[in-house]
Design a protein around this ligand. Structure first.
Ligand code: ATP
Ligand code: MG
Length: 346
């Protein structure tokens, strides 16, 4: 079985530390393991338009910002094919065929779509394209026969929907053209769905509760200091449950973090124990968290700056990747139409 990796991001803003721990770090690891046959990363501009149709400039501008974030974290165009979703002509056609396999009741039950509809305040005017995006995502994945998808936990319902479509299609047309996919999730529970700095259960570009990879050190400091914690006397026991500071520390602390920035403690378990007993104020924890975050993000920010302004180079990478993506997706579309018996002129 070939190992084909595909993943993507919506160009609705800069990438944030939720993307970093939830998916980007895993991608870099997979890229460097070199244990795959093909690795695709898609900038999902068509999907971003499903809730930004009135603001295409925002989507267009963020294509380059997302590409900068990719290079900043160390993703390598020599190893990864980067492409733009709207440039791949087979995707909307595959989506159209797959729509026939998904009952309306099933689409509107998708838990991620349901919670996004709530946070985006569509009211009664949810665009059909938005409700439909899990199906177009099935087209994105299957067009490349991808089976390994490094994503955050919010994508599980999307991948389940994709597998359902694959099974229905292969069963009904008695074929094995489409391939089933699996999520590749972080094994650190805090990274699966990093909460926002406002305490919202998910950090999300559309909500704006983010620490971005491009944030300057002073901005990170301000954002960390603005995180609301449970008010208490300094000697009172600290509470760890739903404590955003400690969730971020769980996601970002490294072996040498304590030696570098908090030598009074050996590791995070020791710090948590002491915090729970009382006597450590949230100000001290925030300072430590800032140091840990800034230590990790400084090289990313610097690398990002080194690529900024090289727009022609970035566009050339995307153009070449999109051409390659078209060749593969066209081939899959031909196989799909063949399986359906609508290959009239083949
Ligand atoms: P939007 O608000 O526009 O949907 P987003 O912040 O949710 O933006 P996406 O582009 O939808 O970001 O997600 C890209 C990838 O990053 C997906 O694999 C998603 O699961 C992952 N991801 C997004 N937010 C988080 C988070 N807070 N924690 C972990 N993974 C995340
Ligand atoms: Mg999202």
């Amino acid at each position: 079985m070939k190992r084909i990796i595909l993943t993507g991001d919506r160009p609705t803003g800069h990438l944030h530390i939720g993307h970093y721990v939830g998916s980007l770090k895993e991608r870099v690891k997979m890229q460097n393991d070199d244990n795959y046959d093909a690795f695709y990363i898609m900038i999902a501009d068509a999907q971003a338009l499903t809730d930004n149709a009135d603001n295409p400039e925002k989507v267009r501008d963020n294509v380059l910002e997302v590409m900068l974030d990719y290079l900043a974290v160390g993703l390598d165009p020599k190893k990864v094919i980067f492409f733009i979703q709207s440039g791949v002509r087979a995707l909307p056609e595959l989506t159209a065929y797959y729509m026939n396999f998904v009952p309306y009741s099933r689409v509107i039950r998708n838990p991620t779509v349901k919670s996004e509809v709530r946070t985006k305040n569509f009211g009664r005017s949810v665009p059909i394209g938005f409700i439909n995006y899990p199906i177009s995502q099935a087209a994105d994945i299957t067009a490349f026969k991808a089976n390994m998808i490094p994503v955050g936990e919010d994508q599980n319902p999307m991948l389940e929907q994709t597998r359902e479509i694959v099974r229905s299609f292969n069963r009904i047309y008695k074929t094995n053209v489409l391939v089933e996919c699996e999520a590749v999730l972080s094994d650190n529970a805090s990274c699966l769905r990093l909460p926002g700095t406002d305490g919202n259960e998910k950090m999300s570009k559309s909500i704006g509760n983010c620490i971005y990879l491009s944030d300057e050190a002073s901005v990170i400091k301000k954002k960390v200091n603005s995180i609301v914690t449970f008010p208490r006397e300094i000697d009172a026991p600290g509470v760890l449950k739903n404590n955003v500071l400690f969730i971020y520390l769980d996601a970002f602390c490294k072996e040498d973090s304590f030696e570098k920035f908090y030598p009074e403690f050996k590791d995070l378990d020791e710090l948590k124990f002491a915090y729970r007993k009382g006597g450590i104020g949230d100000g001290r924890i925030k300072k430590f968290l800032y140091d840990v975050l800034n230590d990790e993000l400084t090289p990313v920010r610097e690398r990002r700056k080194s690529f900024a302004g090289r727009t022609d180079e970035l566009m050339a990478i995307l153009k070449e990747g999109t051409e390659k993506a078209n060749m593969v997706a066209d081939q899959t579309l031909a196989e799909v139409k063949n399986a359906m018996g609508i290959n009239y002129f083949a």
